[in-house]
Each structure stands twice: as structure tokens, then as C-alpha cells.
Design a protein around this ligand. Structure first.
Ligand code: ATP
Ligand code: MG
Length: 647
């Protein structure tokens, strides 16, 4: 028992030792929240307050859930459930399905989702171009995660100031048709897993009774990103009980665009007045230099609720100062980052302790190329790549079919047999595409081995479920190498060395956040999440042009103002404070009109020109206006009226 409490500070210890009942840990990044909850579970188990099988811990990514299971096992706890909300719901739903719905299990919708959205969009007379479909799909996801029905959508979208992808009535039409098509085809999307689980517990007394008898202790990590739908599931799990431990950091709310809200975390003790509430301030993850930068990033946040105003106090010995570097273009940035990674590897830092983090997955490609050129192994996390590969999709189909035939219990062997006809030969092909294909199939076998080692009674149906959840969470199997990940996918994780790349306006903050204060604040929190992933080395970089030798139309991110040290070359050219960037003659960046209005000056755009043109397009436009280019090619969504542009 003492061993469990060793290595915890007094506040962490108070949370671990709190009596059963509601507990809330409100604390900043790297203060040991995740560590505290795993220790609390182990403590309750060791004390005999709860059996491991009665614990259900939920978190937001499959990797975080996996890490929690590993940490629990290291603390001697076997058999506690640590899952994502979706994985937990999927498991429960499969079990209760015969009682609550009956008939064969409905399939998970998987990649067909966009096809159904396309059909629905088509019927509503909307564009079926892939970006529009993705926007519509995200909007439906937001509505479902926010417990908003099609009928309630227009009012709810208005209240939430949603930037709707089409007029609200048309979104309603698409939403309704999508639901209809999906139900007719007996398919479930990921939100349905949660909706059906909540409904099963709410409407079927016997199901609720059996479930609540089995699970008695609930733990939620990253609670600042809970959606109303997840909260409803959590409430259904709890019933009238209150054995719930939540931990979170409101400054790390990065999914509010998808319906998440930190309010259940911040209002926890209003809902449970008797709750033990603990605040942690000591940062055990990062050097004081990184901690100071993190504090500085979040200091500028606007509209923070009172409970979110936390400061971090660094505990580790001094380390190198965070490094800021400006590059002429992206290839130069990528090459420099790759060289720096190589130097770290040469110094003995392990590849798995290095991460390159970016705002959008599309940014990964150029860094992948640069790493590949230097022969540095890497893995892309959060990208769709792994599960989109043809051989992996083929493998999933084959595994699903095999699982339906219920083959006998040695999982890795069965997986090998199923994958053999697809290309998993005994000996690896010598190179090229065949070798790459073989490697991805082998990664699936390794995943099966991992499952056998970590889950009791792992069989093919369980493996298929695991793959489906990973595919949805975009969580490919772990490969030894430098991590490339989006800031969203990096939540909760840590590395010795972190590169935050592409810190330019239009990328961080993302273009569509411009002019929307709440959206810009979420972007700032993303930077905070990024900065706080680093234990020791932190590099922040940006490039002023996209292509090599291209025109430098980009500006460094507004979030960097005030962060760049005074003696840095880039700091001479910028004002020290965001966002007042004083210029003698402020002009619209598109048409060149002189600007007077304060908001227009801040955005560097007049009210008429569109704000969602990317930098490259702006460049082409300016060149054409100035007569340097003969013709102007623009995407179809840009419409010209005289000298004005309308997006
Ligand atoms: P995040 O908000 O990013 O999820 P967190 O609050 O969950 O962070 P943890 O991941 O639990 O933080 O801990 C951060 C790091 O600090 C881990 O490496 C953990 O092992 C270490 N740590 C936590 N508490 C202590 C402690 N009391 N003494 C030493 N190291 C600690
Ligand atoms: Mg954590």
C-alpha cells in the first residue's frame, strides 16, 4: 500500500485516498492527473473497496486507454476495464443487443458513412464534393454528440453560433435522410453506439440492473472534453450512484467544435456538493523553461471560466530554452526539422521519444518525406493512412468474415491464416510496395499478439472490434519510430523532444477560426496542448512560403507574439503584444483598400473580400491584379462580381 502512495505529492495523495464517492481533480497539463487516477484505482482495489472487474475507466483515445491498462497492470491491477467511451459502449451493446434490439448485430458503418451522406446530400440538392460531404458529416456528428435531433437542429445551431455547412433547413434534410438510410441498411455509426447504450440502460430496467451490479466504480480521464452524449452515457452507467472520479484541465478543451464542453468538469462540485475536489499545480513532466512558455501561452487566453485559471509550477531541473525558428519555405522547415531529429538520434535520444506535431494531418506529408530522405523511421498517428491502405481494408473485410464463422480461440495464428491469401507470406518480400504491404499485414498480427497479452479471452470477434475502434479513433498499431501526429491526437501524451511545426496564420489558428473569438481561443488551447507535450526539448517553427523559393505570403501565428524572446532575430520585426500589429497604412490583404475599421485592421481584410482564401490563392490573385500573371485559376467556389470577390 505504501508503495502505491510513494511517489505522489500530498494533493495527489488526497485524491488517491479520498473515500468512495465523487472525486474531481482539476489541474493543468503534466501535473499527474492520469497518474493519480490509475493510482486511485489500484488503491481502491488493494484496499478491497472494489474488485478490479467492477471498475470502468474511460478516456478519449485508444492509445490512452491502452496506456492506462499498462499502468494498471504495472500497479498489480488485472481485469479493470480501461476503454474509450466508444469501445466500452460497443462492448456493452454487443452483450445487451439480443435483449434490447434482437436479431443479428448491426454492422458498424465504417467507410460507408460518406457514401450515405453523399446520397442524402444529393437528395437535398447539395454538393457531393468530398470537402462538403466531410463538413456535413461533421455537422451531423456535432448534432448527435450534442443530443440535438433533426427537428431541433436549426434552433440549436443558431444558439451555438455554428457556421453551418449549408442552410440549416438543408442540413436538417441531410441529417434526416442519413439517419433513415443508415437505419434501413441496419448500420450503426459511432454516435449510435453511445445513443443505443444510453437508451438500453434508460429503457430496460433489467439491463440497467445487471450493468450496475457489474460496474460500481467509474473513472473519466480528460473530462474537460466530454460531450452531452457521453455525459448521458455516463449518467446512465451511474444511475443514482455517485462513485465517480473525474480528472481534467479546462485549458485543454480542444473538441468544443465537436460538442465537448468543460462545464461538467468545472461544475462538478455543484452537481456533487459532497465531492472531494483536488487541485494540482506542480508540473512533473516538463522543464521549467517549457512550463514557463506554457504559462505564457495560456495567460493570453480570453473568456476563461474562473476554474480554468491554473498556473503550472515546474518541478524538473532546468533544460534548454524552447527554440523558435523562422524559415523561408516549408521544404526548408521540414529539412531542418529532419536534420535536428537526426542529431537527437545521434545524441542517443530514442526515436519513440521524439514527436513532430502539427495542426492538420495534411501537414505531415512534407515532414514524412524529409524524414524518409534521411532514413529516419517514423509513424503517423491520427492520420487516416494506415486504416485506409488497400491491404488493411482488404484484411478488415477478410477478418470480419472469418470472425462471423467463429473460428477456434489461438488468435495470432488465425489472423496469420486469414491474412496469408492477402499477402502475408512467411518470408518478407525483398522491398518496394510488396514489402510495405507485408509490413502493414504483419502489424495486424502483432496487434493480435498484443491483444492476447493484454485482454482475457481475446478472440477473433474481439480483435475485429479492437480494429474497428482503432480505425475510428485513427489509432494505427505502434511502430518504433519518430511520431508524427496532429495536436488533437497528441492529447495526454508526452515525449522528450517535441517539434511544433507550421505555426503560421491560417494553420494555427486555422483559417476558418479567424474572426470567431471562441474558435481562436480553442486554437490557442491547441498550442498549449502542444507545448505541454514536451519533457525537455521544444522547437517551434514556421515557414513564410509553401513551396521552395515561393513568395512569402504567410505570417507567423499570432499566438507567437509575446513568446519569442527579445534577442531573437524574428522578434525585431514583430510587435511584442498580440494582437495589435501596428502598420502605418493598414491595407486589405486581398484588394489593397486602405482600412480604418479596427476589426478590419486586425484581420487585414476589408469587409467585402472573402476571408477563407488560402495564402497561395491570395498570392495568385495579387500577381494577377498587378499584371504579373496573365491568367487567374481559382477553385469553383470563388465567384467574381466586378472587382469584388465572393467566396
Ligand atoms: P495531461 O494533462 O497532459 O494529460 P497529466 O496531468 O495527466 O497530464 P501525467 O501524464 O499523469 O499528467 O503525468 C505527467 C508526467 O509526470 C508523467 O511522466 C508522470 O509519470 C509524472 N509524474 C506525475 N506525478 C508525479 C510525481 N508525484 N512525482 C514524479 N513524477 C510524477
Ligand atoms: Mg493525462
Amino acid at each position: 500500500m505504501e508503495r502505491l502512495l510513494e511517489g505522489l505529492d500530498p494533493e495527489q495523495r488526497a485524491a488517491v485516498e479520498a473515500p468512495r464517492g465523487p472525486v474531481c481533480v482539476l489541474a493543468g497539463a503534466g501535473t499527474g492527473k492520469t497518474r493519480t487516477i490509475t493510482h486511485r484505482i489500484a488503491y481502491l482495489v488493494q484496499r478491497g473497496h472494489v474488485a478490479p472487474g467492477q471498475v470502468l475507466a474511460v478516456t478519449f483515445t485508444a492509445r490512452a486507454a491502452g496506456e492506462m491498462r499498462t499502468r494498471l497492470r504495472a500497479l498489480g491491477v488485472h481485469g479493470a476495464q480501461a476503454r474509450t467511451f466508444h469501445a466500452a459502449a460497443l462492448r456493452q451493446l454487443r452483450y445487451f443487443w439480443p435483449r434490447v434490439v434482437g436479431g443479428p448485430h448491426w454492422e458498424l458503418i465504417d467507410r460507408n458513412k460518406l457514401r450515405l451522406v453523399a446520397q442524402a446530400a444529393n437528395r437535398a440538392g447539395l454538393s457531393t464534393e468530398s470537402d462538403s460531404l466531410r463538413d456535413l458529416a461533421s455537422e451531423i456528428e456535432w448534432a448527435k454528440a450534442s443530443l440535438v435531433t433533426p427537428d431541433a437542429y436549426p434552433a440549436a445551431a443558431g444558439k451555438a453560433h455554428r457556421d453551418t455547412p449549408a442552410p440549416a433547413e438543408q442540413v436538417v434534410q441531410v441529417y434526416r435522410t442519413y439517419e433513415q438510410l443508415k437505419n434501413d441498411a441496419q448500420l450503426l455509426d459511432f454516435d449510435d453506439l453511445l445513443l443505443h447504450t444510453a437508451a438500453a440502460l434508460e429503457e430496460h430496467g433489467d439491463v440497467a440492473e445487471e450493468f450496475r451490479d457489474r460496474y460500481r466504480c467509474f473513472v473519466v480521464d480528460e473530462y474537460q472534453d466530454v460531450t452531452p452524449l457521453q455525459q448521458r452515457v455516463l449518467d446512465a452507467w451511474l444511475g443514482d450512484r455517485d462513485d465517480l472520479t473525474v480528472v481534467g484541465d479546462a485549458n485543454q478543451t480542444i473538441y468544443s467544435f465537436a460538442g465537448a464542453s468543460p462545464m461538467p468538469l468545472l461544475n462538478f462540485n455543484r452537481r456533487f456538493p459532497e465531492a472531494t475536489v483536488v487541485r494540482l499545480e506542480r508540473d512533473y513532466r516538463s522543464t521549467p523553461q517549457v512550463v514557463a512558455l506554457a504559462n505564457e501561452v495560456i495567460k493570453w487566453a480570453r473568456g476563461r471560466p474562473a476554474g480554468a485559471r491554473l498556473r503550472l509550477i515546474g518541478q524538473r531541473p532546468d533544460g534548454p530554452a524552447p527554440k523558435f525558428t523562422e524559415f523561408d519555405d516549408e521544404p526548408a522547415e521540414a529539412a531542418a526539422v529532419a536534420r535536428r531529429v537526426k542529431a537527437l538520434l545521434d545524441e542517443g535520444v530514442s526515436a519513440s521519444e521524439i514527436a513532430i506535431l502539427y495542426r492538420v494531418n495534411a501537414q505531415s506529408e512534407i515532414f514524412e518525406q524529409a524524414l524518409a530522405e534521411l532514413g529516419i523511421p517514423y509513424q503517423v498517428r491520427g492520420g487516416e493512412r494506415f486504416f485506409q491502405r488497400a491491404e488493411v481494408r482488404q484484411a478488415m473485410v477478410a477478418l470480419r468474415q472469418a470472425a462471423a464463422q467463429d473460428p477456434p480461440g489461438e488468435l495470432p495464428k488465425v489472423v496469420r491464416e486469414v491474412l496469408a491469401p492477402i499477402g502475408l507470406t512467411d518470408d518478407p518480400p525483398s522491398g518496394g510496395a510488396a514489402r510495405e504491404k507485408w509490413e502493414s499485414l504483419l502489424a495486424l498480427v502483432e496487434l493480435a499478439e498484443e491483444l492476447v497479452a493484454t485482454v482475457d479471452g481475446a478472440d477473433l470477434p474481439k480483435f475485429v472490434t479492437e480494429l474497428e475502434v482503432r480505425a475510428e479513433a485513427q489509432h494505427p498499431p505502434t511502430v518504433e519510430g519518430v511520431t508524427l501526429a496532429s495536436l488533437h491526437a497528441a492529447k495526454g501524451l508526452e515525449w522528450d523532444a517535441v517539434f511544433l511545426v507550421g505555426l503560421v496564420e491560417g494553420t494555427l489558428p486555422i483559417l476558418h477560426a479567424d474572426g470567431d473569438e471562441a474558435a481562436v481561443e480553442e486554437e490557442r488551447r491547441l498550442l498549449y496542448v502542444g507545448v505541454t507535450r514536451a519533457r525537455e526539448h521544444l522547437w517551434l517553427s514556421w515557414a513564410l512560403a509553401r513551396a521552395a523559393g515561393g513568395r512569402r505570403f504567410r505570417r507567423r501565428s499570432r499566438f507567437l507574439y509575446g513568446l519569442i524572446p527579445d534577442d531573437h532575430p524574428a522578434s525585431r520585426t514583430v510587435a511584442k503584444r498580440e494582437p495589435v500589429q501596428k502598420r502605418p497604412k493598414p491595407q486589405c490583404r486581398v484588394c489593397g483598400t486602405q482600412l480604418v475599421d479596427a476589426t478590419a485592421v486586425k484581420l487585414s481584410r476589408c469587409g467585402t473580400c472573402p476571408s477563407d482564401l488560402d495564402e497561395e490563392l491570395l498570392g495568385r490573385l495579387r500577381a494577377w491584379r498587378a499584371g504579373r500573371a496573365k491568367e487567374l485559376k481559382v477553385p469553383a467556389y470563388v465567384v467574381f462580381t466586378d472587382s469584388t470577390l465572393v467566396a
